[in-house]
Write a protein that binds this ligand. Structure first.
Ligand SMILES: [Zn+2]
Length: 370
């Protein structure tokens, strides 16, 4: 009995994952893709329909003979909430089983590891879910993205210099957000979002440009999960340069953090800084020149080591993208591989990359456990 139950669960996982990825398929297509017999597919589909996860979507037009019956995922049967936590902002992303981002929101809230902060976050999450008509019974759970190094065994955010925090016990999140709380590093989650949006044609490096600068390696279908991300932000690019929060000097993060612009004294938001820049503010122009020059050095170093495309994401990505011609010109001039085509791309969800990745955590867990 036990082995039969395990086999059935496995079939459900196979079929649900396939329908999650493709949304709508005939039973014959499911049979071919999963390597299951048509009667097994029929039984598995029946089980998934009973759980409300898939539905009969009618019949496909036939070129002769019996019309193939079509099954589809029930898009709104389950939701997952992702929350990215950073020093001065929180961002929410709500995903459904239709691979859709149903809603996004961001708030200016300063991080402080105490009950007031976490209760406020829960109240905002409850309000966000209510506003988007998500019933608690349809919510798979809450995923968190943190800008720092996480110890998964002890469930601790060990070191998060951009939050000015260390040794944050993450087990307490269950008290505020229920049992299905998962978490991971912001750069890893952001990189996984890229793959989720579209499997990569070849390995790449994802570089997260937020207040903190991080990164992760991406293969065509995966990136390190539950493992440390590459700390690209703490690659030293100026010997004896600016003091970094990590204790070293001259790290990429000290030159390419968004705080370089928002704490420059010229503007207190990125929108404000770039507005000043476009109006001809000379101080902003000097700061931006310095930012781009260091970003070019960092990206070129990554290219030298990995010989891969580099995806720029995070809150800076949409602003840097406006200057992509300039960035690419500089990078191609420096290319040791004599590249003649740009190898930098920009992420799809920018400042929401990590929140979307955090929401994916519970969707992945659900499909793997069905
Ligand atoms: Zn550093």
């Amino acid at each position: 009995m036990e082995s039969e139950r395990v086999v059935k669960a496995s079939n459900r996982q196979l079929v649900l994952r396939l329908l999650y990825n493709r949304q709508q398929l005939t039973r014959k297509e499911i049979s071919d893709a999963c390597g299951l017999s048509l009667p097994t597919v029929a039984q598995t589909i029946k089980e998934l329909e009973e759980l409300g996860l898939t539905a009969d979507a009618g019949h496909q037009a036939s070129t002769g003979g019996r019309k193939p019956s079509v099954s589809s995922i029930v898009t709104e049967s389950r939701y997952s909430l992702g929350i990215s936590v950073s020093k001065n902002d929180i961002r929410f992303a709500l995903l459904n089983l239709g691979k859709e981002i149903c809603a996004k929101a961001s708030f200016k809230v300063s991080f402080s590891d105490g009950p007031v902060y976490w209760e406020d976050l829960r109240a905002r999450a409850d309000s966000f879910l209510r506003y988007n008509h998500v019933d608690a019974s349809a919510l798979l759970g809450v995923g968190f993205s943190f800008p720092g190094i996480i110890n998964y065994r002890t469930r601790t955010l060990e070191f998060a210099p951009t939050l000015d925090a260390d040794s944050v016990r993450l087990g307490k999140l269950n008290t505020y957000f229920g049992q299905n709380v998962l978490f991971d590093n912001d750069a890893v989650l952001a990189a996984r979002t890229e793959i989720w949006f579209k499997p990569q044609k070849s390995p790449a490096v994802y570089l997260l440009l937020n207040r903190g600068v991080g990164g992760a390696l991406i293969s065509s279908t995966d990136c390190p999960f539950g493992a440390r991300a590459g700390e690209f932000g703490h690659m030293v690019i100026e010997m004896g340069g600016k003091q970094c929060r990590c204790g070293n000097r001259g790290c990429l993060e000290t030159y390419c953090s968004s705080a370089v612009l928002t704490e420059s004294g010229e503007a207190d938001s990125l929108e404000g800084f770039f507005s000043e820049l476009k109006l001809g503010n000379e101080s902003c122009a000097r700061i931006w020149e310095d930012y781009i020059a260091h970003l070019v050095t960092g990206v070129n170093n990554i290219r030298c080591i990995f010989d891969s495309d580099v995806i720029l994401g995070g809150e800076m990505s949409r602003f840097v993208e406006e200057y992509s011609d300039r960035l690419n010109d500089e990078l191609l001039k420096k290319s040791i591989f004599r590249d003649d085509q740009p190898y930098v791309r920009f992420s799809n969800y920018g400042e929401f990359d990590s929140a979307v990745g955090a929401a994916l955590l519970n969707i992945e867990r659900f499909i793997d456990s069905i």
